[in-house]
Design a protein around this ligand. Structure first.
Ligand SMILES: [Ca+2]
Ligand SMILES: [Ca+2]
Length: 76
């Protein structure tokens, strides 16, 4: 079961990666400096990002992207 969950997450990341491919540096986006990127912060630099795309890379469903989630979603 755990392996299945990892595979699903990997597929989600692969599917989401092109949309966030041209992403700038994490600290550039985190404008309030709280260590995570909210949807509002993200759309400032990537206005074409849908809430669905944001949610698909928010792996722990915290409502914001940690540096790990952001890096995983944007690395090529
Ligand atoms: Ca922030
Ligand atoms: Ca998160």
């Amino acid at each position: 079961m755990k392996k299945l969950l990892i595979s699903t997450a990997t597929l989600t990341l692969l599917a989401a990666a092109p949309a966030l491919a041209a992403a700038p540096d994490f600290k550039t986006i985190d404008t309030d400096g709280n260590g995570s990127v909210s949807y509002e912060e993200l759309i400032v630099v990537m206005p074409d990002t849908s809430k669905e795309q944001f949610a698909s890379v928010d792996l722990d469903k915290s409502g914001e992207l940690s540096m790990e989630e952001y890096t995983a979603a944007t690395k090529s």
